[in-house]
Design a protein around this ligand. Structure first.
Ligand SMILES: Nc1ncnc2c1ncn2[C@@H]1O[C@H](COP(=O)(O)OP(=O)(O)O)[C@@H](O)[C@H]1O
Ligand SMILES: [Mg+2]
Length: 371
């Protein structure tokens, strides 16, 4: 047996970011140091089936004519096992198991619900598998735009005005929710599914007459919603945070990156994120003063701690002449080679392959269970 660490790359998944996740898997596979790591590819189909995918297939994932790759429905399902041989993934072919692969650590390259939200992390915990990134609670908090703000507020971080509404409140007290929104928040508003991503289901509302329709639209993605007061003309600045258990802060913060959205309303929507190549420019590093960099790095490290993150987060801010406000942390930020998170570390002299190795090593060093 080799002494290489055996890594399971897990990708695809049931969220709207399935295709992006496949591209991320191709990117990580090409970068991972094969002298140090053995790799097994495990895809999750859009319907939630698990399947082992040959590495050659993963390496070939790319956008063809605007269509993102997809994990195909398998003939044989993959199964996870934990026992005297440690953790293994295998393929069930009728009554027999084939293609049995040991796994030391899982690297879930999944975004959104059922991937970035604590559910798969819970499976890893139960099975005693080491894994890259945040645990169950931090992942779940980072996925929920309401509880995330509650955690930020408790840590004294600057949070812009918002109103959160559960499915129950919206069903039984909708008029009161609308009244509260109009009383507490100034337009424009951003109406958001509480547990979304990729800007899907987010509506920018400039007129109270549009509010009801916007709530309905957000609820198509999540019965729970968050409504925020909108910034006008704020900069969108981001900081990459990397776990460093040995350091006094427990993590390191990168230089600042900026998203410059070209649309006049400044809304970084799904189209600008993924469809329109000219929808937005990513600057890494951004044109910011040393003072602002230091301020955002401090807020970024504190936001990592506020949600109890491990390994990595990207902390996203809105910044005006009057100050900086935390928008969100992403516990599994965009992670292709050209994404903001790896690019910010590249700026700091850490290559993408080094970053991949660092995250896996952090996961391997971490004790199992409560920590
Ligand atoms: N309060 C706000 N004021 C101004 N723009 C906002 C606000 N909230 C969201 N946006 C815009 O919508 C985008 C997506 O919102 P965000 O909360 O980051 O959701 P997601 O999790 O989908 O990325 C942001 O990048 C920004 O362009
Ligand atoms: Mg965002």
């Amino acid at each position: 047996m080799s002494d290489r660490t055996r890594v399971a790359l897990i990708f695809g998944g049931q969220s709207s970011e399935h295709g992006i996740s496949c591209l991320t898997a191709a990117s990580v596979l090409k970068a991972i140091d094969r002298d140090r790591y053995d790799v097994v590819g495990v895809g999750i189909t859009r319907t939630g089936r698990w399947t082992q995918i040959p590495l050659e297939t993963i390496r070939d994932y790319r956008i063809v004519d605007g269509v993102v790759p997809e994990v195909a429905e398998p003939r044989h399902d993959a199964v996870w096992m934990v026992g005297e041989h440690g953790c293994e993934v295998a393929t069930r072919a009728g009554e027999t198991l084939v293609d049995i692969n040991g796994v030391d650590v899982a690297f879930a390259l999944l975004h959104g619900p059922f991937g970035e939200d604590g559910t798969i992390q819970g499976m890893f915990e139960l099975m005693g598998i080491r894994y890259v990134g945040s645990g169950v609670a931090a992942s779940a908090i980072g996925m929920d735009k309401h509880f995330m703000k509650v955690a930020f507020e408790a840590a004294g971080l600057p949070v812009w005005p918002y109103v959160a509404a559960s499915a129950h409140r919206l069903r039984h007290h909708r008029a009161a929710v609308v009244a509260e929104i109009n009383e507490r928040l100034a337009y424009p508003l951003y109406v958001k599914p509480a547990r979304g991503g990729s800007s899907l289901g987010i509506v920018r509302v400039t007129d109270p007459a549009q509010l009801d329709a916007a709530i309905d639209e957000a609820q198509r993605f999540d019965p729970k919603i968050v409504v925020e007061q909108g910034f006008v003309g704020a900069r969108e600045l981001e900081v990459a945070v990397l776990g460093a258990p040995g350091s006094p802060d427990g993590c390191l913060a990168s230089a600042v990156g900026e998203i410059r959205v070209h649309a006049e309303d400044g809304f970084y929507d799904f189209h600008a994120k993924y469809i329109d190549e000219n929808g937005a420019a990513l600057d890494a590093p951004a044109d910011v003063t040393p003072e602002l960099t230091a301020r955002l790095q401090d807020l970024a490290r504190r936001s990592y701690e506020a949600v109890g993150a491990e390994g990595l987060v990207r902390a996203d801010f809105f910044v005006t002449d009057d100050g900086a406000w935390i928008n969100e942390v992403n516990t599994m930020p965009g992670f292709t080679q050209i994404s903001m998170y790896p690019t910010l570390w590249q700026e700091a002299g850490m290559t993408y392959p080094e970053l991949v190795g660092r995250l896996i090593d952090l996961a391997m060093e971490r004790p199992l269970g409560l920590r």
